[in-house]
Design a protein around this ligand. Structure first.
Ligand code: GLU
Length: 486
């Protein structure tokens, strides 16, 4: 690539940092860095009504968590700042004037009432609503008079009356729009702030963005942007529209149907590297291996950066499937060493836990953990008394309270006679022998013991649990169970 490569994401800071922002950041950053370029964060906050102050910090925080920090942006520095649109309003105004002078835009003084009336009439005539260009026909004197009187105005783009606007999308190929369907849309509002279309084009130009890579929902805005570039006489960037992330019902991803906040995923204990892997599989895939083997499902950000091309982006909307994400996350957890997992769990542990015990529990639970935030939920009974349970839970399917009592009492004796430190191979043999003696299935005996020790019929492997608890605590729990049965 001969020219400089500069890509950006341009989120609006309207709430919690969104998974869609991470999705776009991933591919924009990977492509930029693959080609030795820069990845930029720009904040599109000209829509003041929706502005949310803390969310800029949170966007950065989430990108940092994911390892997707931009090279330039608010708080990061860079030579193309400021990177927040409300701090650039003078520039948009100035550029709107340039368009007016060149005859590519005009001032519109129409009041809201007049526009409403116009739209009502158009609707009655079954026409699509559009601005009727009343103010395009104002004479220079009329415009001057309106300005003198301080009448509020907006600036509208003057769309061509005919012809087509065509651009090439790196994913979708050539896309054309008929110019006559395009409205003379507002570029600058009466409060002097730009609409998205003006700001995005001006900023992408002055920030020297080479590739505009954004979500599919902006395709219909692109002809307008292309016309603006032409009106300014600026060189076009390349465009690529990534597929939209979708809910399970294939509608556009939304927080009513799906957790969309990156903060939530972090708090639940999804690993950032699993998140990246999952997002990279949304509408993209790694190439096949050199030996023709299937593309890997598990891969890193570095792999994406090395391999990303637009050719392998699909246009069908990928479903953001949390079950799949959870599976991938579990795989990443199992790939961690016990020590690394212990470290990563720290933010998810309540204060005052016995550190030694946590270290012992980590390998016991690793295979079952799908989120770091699940750790306490799955292991609480290893750090405090087991949850209260009904004595009936101790009774084996084909047994009675008496069977349970007898089995548990005998198991207690067996266990008590064993030396410490406990090693579970030894108990297993002894307890299997005992089961035979009692005429019980080994599984039934283990179940009675499991309930006594864990308070539940489902738990991590019983023997490993008993090893973690140690002899004294295990026997104390068996005693408590016996008391329940008495
Ligand atoms: N502010 C737009 C958004 O929130 C940016 C779209 C674009 O990348 O041009 O997605």
């Amino acid at each position: 690539m001969g020219e400089r490569v500069r890509l950006r994401i341009a989120p609006s800071p309207t709430g919690d940092p969104h998974v869609g922002t991470a999705y776009m950041a991933l591919f924009n950053r990977a492509f930029a860095h693959r080609h030795g370029g820069q990845f930029i964060l720009r904040i599109e906050d000209t829509d003041q009504t929706r502005y949310n102050e803390t969310s800029v910090g949170e966007i950065l925080e989430s990108l940092r968590w994911l390892g997707l920090l931009p090279d330039e942006g608010p708080g990061l520095g860079g030579e193309y700042g400021p990177y927040v649109q409300t701090q650039r309003s003078a520039l948009y105004k100035e550029q709107a004037e340039v368009l007016i002078e060149g005859g590519r835009a005009y001032r519109c003084f129409c009041t809201k009432e007049r526009l409403d009336e116009m739209r009502r009439e158009q609707t009655a005539r079954k026409e699509p609503t559009h601005y009727d260009r009343t103010c395009l026909r104002l004479s220079p004197e009329e415009i001057e008079r309106n300005l003198q009187e301080g009448k509020p105005y907006v600036v509208r783009i003057r769309m061509p009356d005919e012809g087509t606007t065509t651009f090439t999308d790196l994913i979708r190929g050539e896309i054309s729009f008929e110019n006559r369907v395009l409205d003379d849309a507002v570029l600058l509002k009466s409060d002097g702030l730009p609409v998205y279309h003006l700001a995005v084009v001006v900023d992408d130009h002055f920030m020297e963005i080479s590739h505009v890579v954004r979500a599919e929902e902006w395709i219909s805005s692109t002809p307008m942007h292309v016309l603006l570039y032409q009106a300014f006489g600026w060189e076009l960037p390349k465009f690529a529209h990534m597929p939209l992330l979708r809910n399970a019902d294939r509608s556009k991803i939304s927080k009513r149907k799906q957790n969309t906040s990156l903060k939530w995923y972090k708090e639940q204990g999804f690993l950032p590297e699993a998140m990246i892997n999952f997002l990279a599989l949304m509408g993209w895939s790694m190439p096949k291996g050199e030996d023709g083997s299937e593309p890997p499902e598990i891969f890193s950000y570095e792999d994406v950066e090395r391999e990303f091309t637009f050719e392998r982006v699909t246009t069908s909307g990928p479903v953001f499937d949390i079950v799949k994400l959870t599976n991938i996350n579990g795989k990443y957890i199992r790939m961690l060493s016990d020590e690394a997992l212990y470290e990563r769990l720290q933010p998810f542990l309540p204060g005052g836990l016995d550190e030694e015990r946590v270290r012992k529990v980590v390998p016991v639970i690793k295979d079952r953990l799908t989120r770091l935030g699940e750790f306490m939920e799955l292991t609480e009974f290893l750090f405090g008394p087991p949850p209260d349970y009904d004595a009936e839970l101790l009774v084996p399917k084909k047994g009675t309270r008496e069977t349970a009592k007898e089995a548990l009492g005998r198991a207690r004796q067996t266990l008590e006679g064993m030396r410490e430190p406990w090693a579970h191979e030894e108990w297993e043999n002894e307890l299997r022998g005992l089961a035979e003696e009692l005429g019980m299935k080994a599984g039934d005996l283990f179940m009675v013991l499991r309930v006594a020790v864990t308070g539940s019929k489902v738990s991590p492997p019983l023997f490993e649990v008993m090893e973690v608890l140690g002899k004294e605590e295990t026997l104390a729990r068996v005693d408590a169970a016996l008391a329940k049965l008495a």
